[in-house]
Design a protein around this ligand. Sequence first.
Ligand SMILES: NC(=O)c1ccc[n+]([C@@H]2O[C@H](COP(=O)([O-])OP(=O)(O)OC[C@H]3O[C@@H](n4cnc5c(N)ncnc54)[C@H](OP(=O)(O)O)[C@@H]3O)[C@@H](O)[C@H]2O)c1
Length: 285
Amino acid sequence: MSSTRNFVIFGATGKQGGSAVQWLSKSNADISVYAVSRDPSSSKAQQLTSLSNVKIIQGDSAQPEQVLNQVNGKVHGIFFAPVGFDAQAHIKEGKQLIDLAVQKQVGHFVFSSTDFSGYRDKDTGISAIEAKKEIEAYLTTSKLTYTILRPVGFLENVFMPGYVEAIPHFWPAPIIKSGISTSDIGRSVSEILLEPSKFDGKIIELSGYDALPEEWLKTWEKVTGEDLRKREKKMNSDMPEERMKLLKFIIFNQNDARAENTKAYFPWVQDLQAFLEGAKAKSLL
Ligand SMILES: NC(=O)c1ccc[n+]([C@@H]2O[C@H](COP(=O)([O-])OP(=O)(O)OC[C@H]3O[C@@H](n4cnc5c(N)ncnc54)[C@H](OP(=O)(O)O)[C@@H]3O)[C@@H](O)[C@H]2O)c1
């Protein structure tokens, strides 16, 4: 019998899944990583072909059976995070995938959810967030061994138009805002899949940095030399209503996660300064 462990990574061309694939590939463990993409011929998928122990397979979480049937042997682990903006589809796909994983006796299931910012037991009225609570509940009451990650906002959001301009103008001064790099999320996923018994049944809130907006601004200035207060104030008002609700929820609520708790599991998570210095070294800033 083969000793190779097989891992299926959904969203493998994206931020979290892509990072998980990279970290698993670097691990030198005896593994096969099945990187799922709707279009294996796309340039993002093709970038993964040179990674060792990685196979690109066609599919997505809407057709989980078609995906898992492409795995040669037992599936030892799955990584899944809902993508797109259809919350009903997230619930359907999440539950369908969990059912199939139970049926196929998948070794371990890693679900990337979100930070609930004080609303774990209260309705946010935001379908994308409530969908994640429903998938979490379904997973924790299933027969699977699992780990749930609850990441705060991605530090990579600083590359999104309008994001850093919002810090001085829209982030409430007394509210601590948190961030985690998607590279660190992928590294967490890799560690969990490689050593699942250590993380079995755990719900881990992921943050690498928690600070008041003023500290975010100081750190930005320290690394880039730029005072963000001098940038023009931008307001994106043509966003669909549900996404605007989500954006307001994120801005006006303080995250539950704290870096010091995350570090109990993953001591290497990066703070904002380390993240920005890394980005600067790669000429991303
Ligand atoms: N942004 C944040 O700050 C933040 C914070 C916490 C949690 N989250 C959560 O993170 C999740 C998204 O994860 P991510 O950012 O890693 O994903 P992503 O990079 O946006 O997408 C991952 C991949 O999913 C595939 N995909 C399949 N169906 C898709 C669809 N209908 N629309 C778009 N892509 C689709 C795409 O690959 P192919 O085209 O190759 O199939 C894409 O590359 C969301 O649930 C979000 O709520 C985000």
